[in-house]
Design a protein around this ligand. Structure first.
Ligand code: 0A1
Ligand code: ZN
Length: 881
């Protein structure tokens, strides 16, 4: 379907369902090509709906068998059915049951929505609207039902049969090679949280007793032979369950909690009630096949899905416009968990990096949308960094504004009041308005208004009056459909840094909320601090207290002082990033003179030299973040228009080389001092030491390629873990030549039987910033490790290429054409993966005219392709609008 024909679904058109489904009894007989589904729905009119309305059930690609009403065959004239809908024209105006039989072919379901087979394992994905590919249903999150599910399959093919809730019966099917299991989930849930799994799987299990004394059996299911890689996921699960009890007072509520890893999955993972299904990339880990980054992601995503049990499942969304109600809040919760498990400041820095490169870029381009969108054609296109990451930032600001105690009290109230319901953002915010006694009407604008606000800050010191005045002004740029912007509520955490550290803050201003917090909720505000005995350096947005751009004209020398003296470690990191960003923005403009970089590079190298010698060993994870320059995409966005990716890349390399060259001796020394850490341990401290060593390796590779080559080769040969080996490969990708090609070969041989490791190998090559990369990527598509049918492979190789700033944006447009062709081909089998890939074009409008025209042509070619999915045509149209 073209989106021109697809209806625009609007928040303001929401109305309650005319019918409710209280109970669902599913009987599913699994066969690769002929799965039989019998659904018995217990329906009744919704008192809040239209009396006398027909019953219109959603379907998608369904083959219908028999239909019965209260157990009797339904007259042909009484209903009509297409593959997309089943309508009962004049249903009884009372409770009744409807029995619906459908037949499915999971083996050919390449969209990976509904019921499909992934490496011989039957599994489901129903969010957002996949359940309608299993049976006809009121497939909307405000229709919540109690499910009982009988699964049947050949014992040999699917010895494990799982669904939501608790197991209530299991046994053999007499006289056959088949068996069955019956699962019952007592918690009413929307259809998008339904799941089943059937297959030959190994498991690790563990007993758990909740804080309120409930015994739970935890299990992680993986492909046969991979149970040895499930331990970290289990460990993470136990820890996050304890954390949710301690920090949010939330206990688990079923007798079992199952996690299943599958190898074909459109996203990261899915929070189905009691049966979380994961992309295997986010479950499987051992030191030889997973990096420190993987360990951290697994911990975070296990926690994310588990936390959804309360924020998403017990309390779900009224409609898909409220998606951020569960996603922003749950991301916030998983970020807090990881912060408590690891280093809070390093986690914050990493999250802000992600926010900037993904969400700020989205917000600055044609796909910008509010945290709560007002309209959509395809909801799958709104599982975005804006809904997730900016959504989490909004919760973080709320907490900052009302304080820790009122925040916790508001959460408690939300859990109490909204439990068992499908809620809205308004209901959520009402809990915090009540717990804090504050009017959150203005704050709610964060949900409605797209775009990244800019704060322009200027400071003046009055030596005679011993006062310091800070002027803050905010603006938000126009975004699609929102030409005019209103001011939002911005919590600006700050300090004034003097010679002896933070100066005590005294002011009579209303905007000053105490505790180092200015609340900027007007277009501008001016705050004067008194008893300031020396000219201070302002340290604004400590901890990145609001998701904004900050323009504050501090001299490099002042920023470097903040880097060494700020009491807020986020702002120490930010200060150095700001120096580097400013230099890269001016040297990275089209036609800019690169020589201007050298003064800044010298100052940065000096600051880093001291820092590395004196402080890096005390907090290696932080030091690793300090050493990493701002991302290319962030520089492009800061430049904002007429962007020449080659110039940005050249400036970036040149800055890294100029900083790195004088540092090589100290880098080598420090690498030596850090050592290899001995036997691999995944904890944050050990990971931090590896991160620093490897960050330094990258810098050496740029500054001194011969030395870099030597170090990378020996690191690859000597290390016992993937983190260090992959870092060696990544460093070598920066150095063209035979040694690189040999290491690439060696890596492939070493990990030939490890698809998830080869994904990293594919991606490392796709990211090489050289003109030969497109050809390399094309030939890697022929490699046995690659398959267009597996989302992880596509994201690694093609997604990696599309994230390669210089090569995706080749001046000849060949990068755009290549990705566009793949989007079109992939759309026929998996529209969701195709549309996400097309999202790589999100920043095309800021390019210089030559590339911009070529990118537009590629997008237009996609847009005019016949029979596009709604997913892809929606992105193409919005990108071009
Ligand atoms: N709710 C999941 C994300 C998710 C969304 C859609 C999916 O299929 C198309 C799968 C997963 C989460 O936030 O983890
Ligand atoms: Zn989620």
């Amino acid at each position: 379907m073209r989106t021109d024909d697809a209806p625009l679904i609007r928040l303001e058109d929401y109305r309650p369902s005319d019918w409710l489904i209280d109970t669902v009894d599913l009987d599913i007989s699994l066969h690769p090509h002929q799965t039989q589904v019998r659904a018995l729905l217990g329906l009744r009119p919704n008192p809040a709906g239209q009396p006398g309305a027909p019953l219109v059930l959603d379907g998608d690609d369904l083959t219908l068998g028999r239909v019965q009403l209260d157990g009797a065959a339904l007259d042909d004239a009484a209903y009509s059915a297409t593959s997309q809908a089943l309508t009962v024209h004049a249903p009884p105006q009372r409770g009744f049951t409807l029995t619906i039989e459908t037949t499915l072919d999971p083996a050919v379901n390449t969209k990976l929505m509904g019921l499909y087979r992934s490496s011989k394992v039957y599994c489901t994905q129903c969010e957002a609207d996949g359940f309608r590919r299993i049976t006809y249903f009121l497939d909307r999150p405000d229709v919540m039902s109690v499910y009982t599910v009988r699964l049947e399959a050949a014992k040999a093919e699917a010895p494990v049969l799982l669904s939501n809730g608790n197991l209530v019966a299991a046994g053999e099917v007499a006289g056959s090679d088949r068996h069955f299991a019956v699962w019952h989930d007592p918690h009413p849930k929307p259809a998008y949280l339904f799941a089943l799994v059937g297959g030959a799987l190994d498991k690790v299990r563990e007993d758990y007793v909740t804080a309120d004394g409930h015994k739970v059996e935890l299990a992680v299911y993986v492909e046969p032979g991979k149970a040895g890689r499930a331990g970290w996921a289990m460990d993470s699960l136990r820890r996050c369950m304890r954390w949710d009890e301690a920090v949010f007072g939330r206990n688990y509520d079923l007798d079992v909690f199952n996690v299943v890893a599958v190898s074909d999955f459109n996203m990261g993972a899915m929070e189905n009630k009691g049966l979380n299904i994961f992309n295997d990339k986010y479950v499987l880990a051992d030191p030889q096949t997973a990096t420190d980054g993987d360990y951290a992601s697994i911990e975070a995503i296990i926690a994310h899905e588990y936390f959804h049990n309360w924020t998403g499942n017990r309390i779900t969304c009224r409609d898909w416009f409220q998606l951020c109600l569960k996603e922003g809040l749950t991301v916030f919760r998983d970020q807090e968990f990881s912060s408590d498990e690891r280093s809070r400041s390093v986690k914050r820095i990493a999250d802000v990096r992600t926010l900037r490169t993904t969400q700020f870029s989205e917000d600055a381009g044609p796909l910008a949308h509010p945290v709560r969108p007002r309209a959509y054609k395809e909801i799958n296109n709104f599982y975005t960094p804006t809904v997730y990451e900016k959504g989490a930032e909004v919760i973080r600001m709320l907490k900052t504004l009302i304080g820790e105690d009122a925040f916790r009290a508001g959460m408690d109230l939300y859990f109490e009041r909204c439990d068992g319901t499908a809620a809205t953002i308004e209901e959520f915010l009402a809990c915090f308005a009540e717990s804090s006694g504050k009017d959150l009407g203005h704050f709610a604008r964060w949900y409605e208004q797209a775009g990244t606000p800019t704060i322009v800050a200027t400071g003046r010191y009055d030596a005679a009056a011993r006062s310091y005045t800070l002027d803050l002004a905010q603006t938000t740029p126009p975004t699609p459909g929102q030409p005019e912007k209103q001011p939002v509520v911005l919590p600006v955490s700050l300090g004034l840094v003097g010679k002896a550290g933070d100066i005590p803050l005294k002011t009579g201003s209303n905007a000053y909320a105490g505790d180092g917090l200015i609340v900027l909720d007007q277009p501008s505000v001016s705050v004067t601090f008194t008893d300031v005995m020396e000219p201070p350096i302002p340290s604004l947005l400590r901890g990145f207290s609001a998701p904004v751009r900050l323009e504050l004209d501090l001299a490099d020398a002042d920023l470097l002082r903040l880097f060494s003296a700020d009491s807020d470690s986020f702002n120490r990191w930010q200060a150095l990033q700001s120096v580097a960003t400013r230099a890269l923005v001016s040297a990275g403009r089209k036609g800019a003179d690169q020589r201007a970089l050298s003064a800044t590079a010298g100052a940065l190298a000096g600051a880093l030299d001291d820092f590395l010698r004196e402080q890096a060993l005390a907090d290696p994870a932080f030091a690793a973040q300090v050493l990493r320059l701002p991302a290319l995409a962030d520089i492009a966005r800061e430049i904002g228009g007429d962007v020449d990716p080659s110039a940005i890349h050249a400036a970036h390399r040149s800055l890294a080389a100029t900083i790195g060259t004088p540092l090589v001796p100290v880098l080598l020394e420090l690498r030596e001092a850090l050592g290899t850490g001995g036997h691999y341990k995944p904890d944050a401290t050990s990971a931090g030491r590896r991160a620093l060593r490897n960050e330094m390796l990258g810098l050496i590779a740029i500054a001194d390629p011969a030395r870099g080559t030597q170090l990378a080769e020996s690191q690859f040969a000597e290390s016992d873990n993937l983190t260090d080996r992959l870092a060696a490969l990544a460093a070598m990708t920066l150095i063209p030549g035979a040694a690189r090609e040999q290491l690439i070969e060696r890596f492939a041989k070493t990990y030939a039987d490890e698809p998830l490791v080869l994904d990293k190998w594919l991606m490392a090559q796709a990211l090489i910033a050289e003109a030969g990369t497109l050809e390399r990527v094309k030939s890697l598509m022929q490699h046995p490790a690659f398959s267009l049918g597996n989302p992880n492979r596509v994201r690694s190789l093609i997604g990696g290429f599309a994230a390669n700033l210089t090569q995706f944006n080749r001046p000849d447009g060949a990068g755009y054409g290549f990705v566009a062709d793949i989007v079109i081909a992939l759309d026929r089998s998996n529209p969701q993966v195709a549309s996400r890939l097309l999202g790589s074009f999100k920043s095309w409008r800021m390019l210089e005219p030559g590339r911009k025209a070529l990118a537009e042509q590629a997008l237009a070619m996609v847009a005019r392709t016949p029979n596009l999915s709604r997913d892809v045509s929606d992105i193409a149209e919005r990108a071009l609008a």
